[in-house]
Design a protein around this ligand. Structure first.
Ligand SMILES: Cc1cc2nc3c(=O)[nH]c(=O)nc-3n(C[C@H](O)[C@H](O)[C@H](O)COP(=O)(O)O)c2cc1C
Length: 113
């Protein structure tokens, strides 16, 4: 699943897809989910915006709570907006670092899968 953060949550098109394909008591175990994501800002643990991360929180809760899949991996990059927004330009190095880590993790996961 690929899911950018839109307004602290997931894009409406992804929510519409979930609404279309989901039915009650739907177990997808023992499958696994890999969610690749991007967000303009920083929402990691310890950041002021961490409580606003309803993108990962929602997907993790829904995949585990409704699809009964415990094997969920999130691979993502943060501070994407530092590439465009002068107010975030000073944090570009943090974005580059998180992007490199995400690409490395995605390659590793891709090989394993
Ligand atoms: C409609 C919209 C809402 C967004 N809301 C947020 C947000 O709440 N927090 C954030 O950090 N980034 C936000 N962003 C930035 C995106 O998460 C970021 O640009 C991401 O890379 C977009 O991925 P995409 O190009 O695949 O759509 C938003 C972008 C758009 C277009």
């Amino acid at each position: 699943m690929a899911a950018p953060m839109y307004n602290f949550s997931i894009p409406s098109a992804l929510k519409a897809w979930i609404d279309q394909v989901t039915f009650p008591k739907m177990s997808l175990a023992p499958r696994r989910f890999v969610v690749t994501h991007a967000r303009g800002g920083a929402y990691g643990p310890g950041t002021p915006r961490h409580p606003y991360d309803h993108q990962e929180r929602y997907l993790r809760d829904f995949i585990q709570g409704h699809y009964a899949v415990d094997d969920v991996t999130f691979v993502g990059t943060q501070l994407v907006n530092s590439r465009l927004d002068p107010a975030l330009a000073a944090r570009r190095a943090q974005h580059d670092e998180s992007r490199a880590a995400a690409l490395a993790a995605a390659r590793k996961l891709g090989s394993a899968l």
